[in-house]
Design a protein around this ligand. Sequence first.
Ligand code: NDP
Length: 315
Amino acid sequence: MIAGKKILITGATGQVARPVAEALAKDNEVWCLGRFGDSGAERELRDLGIRTWRWDMAELTKEGLDGLPDDFTHVMHSAAHRGDGTDFDASVEINSVSAGRLMTHCHRAEAFLFVSSGAVYAPRSQEHLVREDDPLGGRMPWLPTYPVGKLAAEGAVRAFGATLGLPTIIARLNVAYGPHAHGGMPILLFRRMLAGEPVEVPLQGQNWCSPIHTDDIVRQVPLLWNATTVPARVVNWAGDDTVGIQDMLTYMAELTGAEPRFSPSEVYRATSAFDNTLRASLIGGCEVGWREGLRATLRAHFPHLVKESGDAVQH
Ligand code: NDP
């Protein structure tokens, strides 16, 4: 962990960056930027000694950051404008211009981390472990603006990192999960199963992913800052385990006594597992295995369903 630094974090009301902000605030001066539509989250952050600053990425004027200190040593840019699925131009503009504004404002920082997504990769066969040099061009039929916005922002981050000489890393995140916020995709799918709604799965094989627990994310952010370069480096950011979504949900059903419900379909939310060779060489391995991570996460979100021992609560 790092100490005595002045850290700026965006997206800190979200599932990924919030635990990072909370952990770093113990030994550093942490500022969180966002809209804070949920004033409860802002209050909770402030109660931990974190400074909050109102910034809407969709307001693209330079003045948006005027008055904000510019002597941050480390930046984690995790906020994303996901878009409404139809306005591609807005997704490109908001995500790329805001990244450029933020990097310009923080051009004296020691390290800038941009949280990107595996959604930028072009679809591949389910079993393929995606590498950083695989073809780009992500498709998400349920939210097509999202991969476009992430890729556009990556372009801006590369341009500003290079021209400003700002040491930067673009970390393409896989499926994040943990006790905070909505818990991540595994918990969202589990909630659907609990509500009696079957989860779509491929007609054949499995939908694979490399889930990463937020404890590993928290531990790895300072390591990623240490791995920044000019021009920016791109790295896959995922857990060490390759896990089928169906296996994951079956395991959660076993732990809670819920009934696993799947609907084999040609249309499902495809994910992919990562080749983690580069990440492992730069910052090492993960510490939380998927089974223990999911067990702890389930206990945090559904204490009435999972006992301390990890067994299902009998009703
Ligand atoms: P959440 O959806 O949980 O949170 C999104 C964050 O973005 C919120 O803190 C929100 O802050 C902020 N935000 C959205 N729009 C704006 C805006 N116009 N101006 C300022 N802030 C804004 O996201 P996650 O924590 O799940 O994801 C964090 C990052 O990780 C994102 O960049 C995402 O693309 C990436 N990622 C996440 C994955 C995951 O599994 N969770 C997987 C792959 C990538 P507020 O509403 O307070 O303004």
